[in-house]
Design a protein around this ligand. Structure first.
Ligand SMILES: NC(=O)c1ccc[n+]([C@@H]2O[C@H](COP(=O)([O-])OP(=O)(O)OC[C@H]3O[C@@H](n4cnc5c(N)ncnc54)[C@H](O)[C@@H]3O)[C@@H](O)[C@H]2O)c1
Length: 376
């Protein structure tokens, strides 16, 4: 007997189209797929994506915009004529919600009440109160509600997680995670507050999910400053500082008005430092061989000499390439199918998504008050 799950996608814009292509092809990775982009740019990555075609099957898509349904039909995908038609299709096991953020809650609840499991794009809801409602319905109906925090399988994050978990820089005392661009908020619903716009809900949700996953500690302090450089309504970036119970500090930054970028990751420990400069994976790991650096010579630093900040002699540190990591970008899809079959625990849970939403709310509060916010 086939254990394929039939999945219907609501919202066939950038992300919904990416899912449709990935699921229909079986080997693809679900990549955001901006409207009008050439399909040729969507590549399979056999090395990092298990074929999912014996676990998931595309039942069809539905979008409120007829042009998107036409696009889907032209790809050979089945198209439903309404959201209700999806809910009434008894052959559909999973509803994948890929609409603007403010629509997720009601669509998730309606889908579960109609007997469907739900795979929901991030941020799964716009507030923690909304997600609490969704969790109640998931418990009532016994349906799986699965948050799509796919950036847990990004190579850059997995490298930093390995460095952190295996103490490759010794005891970590500071981590910086960042994404930067110069194009402001996209000119769609992402710039509209009522639609759940803003960069905290867009990128912040990924970056914070990864930090809370990686650091298994309580957060002691949250301080955040949102920016409104090119958008008065929604944050177009932020700088957030977390202090964990052990004293570990983590900075998370999203910027959309930067013409020179900082590295996407920087991790510092008492025995070394690692950096990942960009998404192409340029970076290095520098570890200490010896604190002794007898030949250290002062350098001229502006108007004065410094020995404290002088570079180390080459033989007191070792430079390594970043470590290799193994990963499968289709883990989330496969885990969803396994959870529905009762064969596995959920890797990304609604409770984890709730903690991230509460952290984002603490960050907004800190930015509004200018004070450190309470979190947990
Ligand atoms: N996980 C990721 O890496 C990732 C990447 C990009 C987007 N996303 C998420 O995916 C979701 C969609 O983002 P996007 O970039 O695809 O946006 P988009 O604007 O490109 O697509 C959204 C689509 O939803 C449709 N829609 C709106 N209201 C609808 C309704 N009532 N019924 C059916 N369809 C409706 C729109 O017509 C549009 O085609 C968002 O939640 C976003 O945060 C996730």
């Amino acid at each position: 007997m086939s254990d394929k799950k039939r999945i219907a996608i609501i919202g066939c814009g950038g992300m919904g189209a990416g899912h449709a292509i990935a699921i229909a092809s079986g080997t693809g990775i679900a990549m955001w797929f901006p409207k009008g982009m050439s399909e040729a740019l969507v590549k399979n990555d056999d090395q990092h994506s298990t074929n999912i075609s014996n676990r998931l099957e595309l039942a069809g898509v539905y979008d409120i915009d007829p042009a998107r349904n036409e696009w889907a039909a032209a790809q050979g995908f089945s198209v439903y004529d309404s959201f209700n038609a999806v809910l009434n299709d008894n052959s559909v096991d999973i509803v994948l919600i890929a609409t603007p953020n403010h629509l997720h809650k009601d669509m998730a609840i309606a889908s579960m009440r109609a007997g469907k499991h739900v795979l929901c794009e991030k941020p799964v809801t716009v507030t923690s109160a909304e997600l609490e409602e969704v969790i109640v319905v998931a418990k009532e109906t016994g349906k799986v509600f699965y948050p799509r925090q796919n950036r847990r399988w990004d190579e850059d994050f997995l490298i930093i997680k390995k460095i952190y978990n295996e103490n490759l820089v010794g005891k970590t005392f500071n981590i910086e995670s960042r994404v930067m661009g110069s194009r402001g908020i996209p000119g769609d619903w992402r710039g509209v507050k009522a639609s759940g716009g803003g960069m905290m809900l867009d990128w912040g949700v990924h970056l914070l999910d990864r930090i809370l996953l990686m650091v298994p500690e309580k957060v002691k302090r949250v301080y955040c400053n949102m920016t409104y450089i090119k958008n008065d309504e929604c944050d177009d970036g932020f700088k957030l500082q977390l202090v964990f119970e052990s004293g570990l500090t983590v900075s998370v930054e999203v910027g959309t008005c930067h013409f020179i970028n900082h590295p996407i990751w920087y991790i510092a420990g008492d025995q070394g430092t690692a950096v990942i400069e960009d998404w192409k994976g340029h970076g290095k790991l520098v570890v200490l061989k010896s604190w002794q650096d007898k030949d250290a010579k002062p350098i001229l630093a502006g108007e004065g000499l410094t020995k404290t900040m002088a570079p180390r002699e080459r033989d007191s540190v070792e430079e390594h390439p970043l470590p290799d990591v193994a990963y499968d970008k289709n883990t989330l899809y496969l885990n969803l199918a396994d959870v529905i079959d009762g064969k596995a625990e959920q890797i990304v849970t609604a409770e984890q998504a709730l903690r991230v939403l509460k952290l984002m709310e603490a960050a907004f509060k800190s930015s509004e008050t200018g004070e450190v916010a309470r979190f947990e």
